[in-house]
Design a protein around this ligand. Structure first.
Ligand SMILES: [Zn+2]
Ligand SMILES: [Zn+2]
Length: 405
């Protein structure tokens, strides 16, 4: 048997062959912005409508990617009406970020192997440029296609229709639409340059920020196990996808910004669609789990701070350590109580449902929703949530005290 040389990891073979299709596409769409566009703006009056439609398509493309490609197809965080899916397929497709099938399959790999140098297709560990755009300019082994993780998408007729007709779709939407509108408004070149080229390139880079900047710049309130960050400014640019630290921990939540003041237009659109009956089964992570993650991250930080502390006042340090340990004990018992409550809830629901098996299923479900037992369990759950919130504030205070110890 001949000895087989182990394959070199992708990170070592940096000089993968150039992907000419994407490289030329980026060159062809970006070049006019630095040549023809400035000259045209200097010498011609561009109609306000070209800008208006440019912004409208920028948002339509962005939301097509975030609400459609990302939260619906890659993460299945809700179910959408076919009309909505067709809209996402058309306008998300117009963004020229590949077909839904390819995009979502790669994105699932990104989550599964986040930060892995050879497996994550746009690993932040390979640098800002690589995770932003570099990964698309060469045929890296980490971008090899394998739809094993996207069997559900292969069964989706709209996804497959878009995949088969992708080239016609991007040409029709990116050339056809601006040209038609330009002719209708009597400003053909203004529309081609602003609504066509500028809109496309801006949308490219703001979406790419989610893979690049959102893994480098911002806070990590929920987890430090990967490089993803929460960043309000990026959320503003990326149609609400800037709460990326939350998203990497709770990828099945249809929300990325979970507070009412978080800028997440993608979440607002999905919620509005559910009001209109165009979306259903919106998945949300229970508040308790979110608070548990935040507290866990705080405990980790507090322990790190204590371990690094070289304060002269060792009594004070011991005292803080003791307080932190007490908080940890209480945290563990709250979490254990919550877990017990969940299984009790599950068992009682199962029991009540099976008692009513002879009746129609949804009636039994409705009865359970309103049953006294359920109300009681929910109230207990709220109490545990509140106690976690209070504890979060106490641990926060402890960490502030540590800074002065
Ligand atoms: Zn990410
Ligand atoms: Zn994701």
């Amino acid at each position: 048997m001949s000895a087989v040389k182990p394959a070199e990891p992708a990170s070592v073979t940096e000089k993968a062959p150039i992907n000419w299709v994407t490289t030329l596409m980026f060159a062809f769409t970006t070049l006019p912005l630095f040549t023809v566009l400035p000259w045209y703006l200097w010498t011609h009056d561009v109609s306000g409508w070209a800008w208006f439609w440019g912004v409208a398509f920028l948002y339509a493309n962005g939301i097509g990617i975030t609400a459609g490609y990302h939260r619906l197809w890659a993460h299945r965080s809700y179910k959408a009406h076919p009309i909505l899916k067709v809209g996402y397929a058309l306008f998300g497709g117009m963004a020229i970020q590949n077909s839904i099938l390819i995009w979502a399959s790669m994105h699932r790999i990104h989550h599964q192997h986040v930060d892995h140098v050879d497996k994550d297709p746009y690993s932040a560990q390979r640098g800002l440029w690589y995770s932003h755009i570099g990964w698309m300019l060469r045929d890296y082994p980490s971008s090899e296609l394998d739809f094993e993780n996207a069997r559900d998408l292969k069964d989706d007729k709209i996804v497959m229709w878009q995949h088969r007709n992708y080239l016609a779709l991007i040409l029709g939407m990116n050339i056809g639409l601006p040209v038609l509108l330009g002719l209708a408004y009597g400003d053909l070149w203004g529309f081609v340059l602003i609504t066509g080229f500028l809109r496309l390139v801006v949308n490219h880079h703001v979406t790419f920020f989610i893979n690049s900047l959102a893994h480098f710049w911002g806070r990590q309130p929920y987890t430090t196990t990967n490089s993803a960050r929460d960043n309000d400014f990026l959320a503003f640019l990326t149609y609400g996808e800037g709460y990326h630290n939350y998203h990497h921990l709770f990828q099945y939540d249809y929300r990325n910004g979970i507070r009412w003041w978080h800028y997440d237009p993608t979440k607002w659109l999905i919620a509005a669609c559910s009001w209109l009956g165009l979306a259903k089964d919106l998945k949300r992570v229970p508040d308790f789990k979110i608070k548990r993650a935040m507290l866990q991250a705080q405990f980790e930080r507090a322990r790190e701070k204590l371990a690094l502390s070289t304060a002269a006042n060792s009594n004070r340090l011991n005292e803080l350590q003791h307080l932190l340990e007490q908080e940890w004990q209480q945290f563990s018992s709250t979490v254990a109580e919550w877990t017990r409550l969940q299984s009790e809830k599950f068992d009682t629901a199962k029991q009540q449902l099976s008692d009513k098996m002879h009746e129609r299923m949804h009636e039994a479900q409705a009865q359970w929703e309103h049953s006294e037992m359920r109300q009681k369990l929910v109230a207990m759950e709220r109490k545990l949530e509140e106690s976690l919130e209070l504890q979060r504030q106490r641990v926060q205070l402890l960490r502030t005290q540590m800074a002065y110890a």
